[in-house]
Write a new protein. Sequence first.
Length: 271
Amino acid sequence: MSDDGAVKGVDAPVLSESERKLAGQAQNAFEAGSYGECLSHLSRLRECRPADYKVLHNIAVAKYYHSGLTQTNDFVQALSDLKSQLGASINDGSEVEKRVILFNLATVHFQLQEFEVATKIAERLLPRVDLFSDSFSRSVYFLLCDLYLLTSETSKAFWLLSKIEKYLAAQNNPNPQSSHGNTTSKAEKNQHGERERASNPLGDRELYRLCQLKFRLFLMKRVAKKLCKREISNMMATSQGSSQGALFMKSYFEFSSQKYVKAARLLCECS
């Protein structure tokens, strides 16, 4: 139920007014958690567009959520069938949907803790990923970085983390100013940063996830402890009022440093 896989510069399929209304109703119902209602709208949309793979894909996703995420085998089979049907297509629209299907397959295998299978699927998304929407590209990078850490491929994880960090830095500072003649005080910069974080919760969530992944990498590579502490501080700063995850990471760091009493106290604060 997403357009995140859209190709930059490629127009979306033209929908009639009634089809656009049905698609909007299905999207709203899905976001509200009314998956039965969503399926009803999508079924009507499929009658209008029987060969539209995006509709068929969204029906598979809605059915999976309607089952309470329990019918995983049926969902994987539906995605695999769609991927096979799209195999011979070469138009931009089929390329978009194929990549979104692959991403969903990789995510399901990740949730099933089939990390090697998920990694092989996710790696197929890397070529030309920058041609797709920014949100889709970031989702692929974060998923694959997580998988590299889980499969102990730390050098690949480091490479992806560098890409994510540069990407987010460019996004947060689209028009960097020269330092020459800049008289802005530190307090004013801090206030500006706080306003930016308040207006960009998505960016904060991504920065938090980046810090979390960097912390895990540093811990695995056994680098300087101050780098791990720095990422913990960054997680606390971007936790958006809920610092339990950061406290758990800090507890694990203290445990790995054999400071067991401090680790136990931090764990109690998490509960």
